[in-house]
Design a protein around this ligand. Structure first.
Ligand code: ZN
Length: 327
């Protein structure tokens, strides 16, 4: 049956980001990455997503015009070995000119039961840039549901919330049940499970242009907060860089790496798929079939199953992710 196997490796799949206006957003996505974004405050670029709230279209190549969710459903050979009924990851760039709400996400079990079969949300942040003096919120200090409920009721936000100073190159792992907020002055790349379930604890008493406040979800938050977690004091990356690659995170949902390219760099692609996002610089990416694509900061693409090694060249930094080895 060898003659039925495709003669060439599948090409890299480039995606058109989906943008979301947010009251806390800015203009950095246009200014820094050159994205053609809508007017007004734009907070989120969904670079690799098949989520129904922002499904990316394929940009060029054999599958031009298809959504990533179409490929997952109709061309699953591109993701050979990946299980599940939906593309599992979501890669975003967030431009926070103002603070995001203080929020927490459920795990898979809670989301499946209470959110219509949705996935839970484990996420992580790579800080692309931060204004001097910027902090973010990761973790809370209450040791029980009762204590947290009292802190929320009394508005003791400074006692409750753990703030950490940040700088470019920091990395934070946000487990389900971790209270968190990205604060104004932060530009991050977020790798997360493909989920949009957010429980808002506190929104800085902000009022939207229409005069209303965004809803809070206090009961759900009290349900899902992990009261045993120890909040971090720093996002400093301590993992060593080996041949340009730094392992940032490994968890049951994904592995995330930072890849520094200076000249030539070949990435093995043994996974069901590999997500690549260029966050700095420019260069090119060549797939196993030898097709070369120009890439630059803001490019998001997938190396599908069987694409072969990905040859990168230029001067650039990427954040890459894939399913964990044991999945
Ligand atoms: Zn979040």
């Amino acid at each position: 049956m060898a003659d039925t196997i495709a003669a060439t490796n599948p090409d890299l799949i480039f995606l058109r980001p989906v943008f979301h206006e947010k009251i806390w957003g800015g203009r950095e996505l246009a200014d820094r990455f050159g994205y053609d974004i809508p007017d007004g405050p734009v907070g989120e670029c969904w670079g690799i997503s098949a989520h129904p709230n922002g499904d990316c279209l394929v940009d060029g190549g054999e599958f031009e015009g298809s959504y990533l969710s179409d490929l997952w459903r109709d061309h699953h050979e591109l993701f050979a070995g990946a299980e599940g009924d939906r593309f599992p990851l979501l890669i975003k760039i967030l431009d926070a000119r103002d603070n995001l709400s203080v929020q927490v996400h459920p795990d898979d079990a809670y989301a499946a039961e209470h959110e219509n079969g949705s996935l839970g949300k484990r996420e992580c942040w790579y800080v692309i840039d931060a204004k001097p003096g910027t902090q973010i919120i990761v973790g809370q200090r209450a040791k029980s549901r009762e204590e947290l409920a009292a802190m929320i009721a009394d508005g003791r936000w400074d006692d409750m919330l753990n703030k950490v100073p940040i700088k470019a190159g920091d990395f934070f792992r946000i487990e389900p049940g971790t209270m968190h907020a990205i604060m104004g002055g932060t530009l991050i790349l977020e790798t997360q499970q493909s989920s949009d379930v957010t429980y808002r604890v506190y929104d800085f008493d902000r009022v939207q242009p229409d005069g209303t406040k965004r809803p809070l979800h206090i009961q759900q938050s009290l349900d899902v907060v992990d009261y045993d977690q120890i909040p971090p004091t720093s996002g400093e990356v301590t993992a060593p860089e080996a041949d340009g690659v730094t392992e940032l995170m490994s968890c049951p949902n994904f592995d995330v790496e930072r890849v520094r390219v200076s000249g030539e760099k070949t990435l093995a692609q043994p996974w069901p798929f590999l997500c690549l996002s260029v966050i700095e610089g420019e260069g090119s990416a060549r797939d196993g079939a030898g097709v070369e694509h120009a890439v630059k900061a803001g490019s998001h693409f997938l190396a599908p199953a069987g694409s072969g090694d990905v040859a990168l060249s230029g001067e650039m930094m990427l954040i890459c992710s894939h399913l964990p080895s044991n999945s």
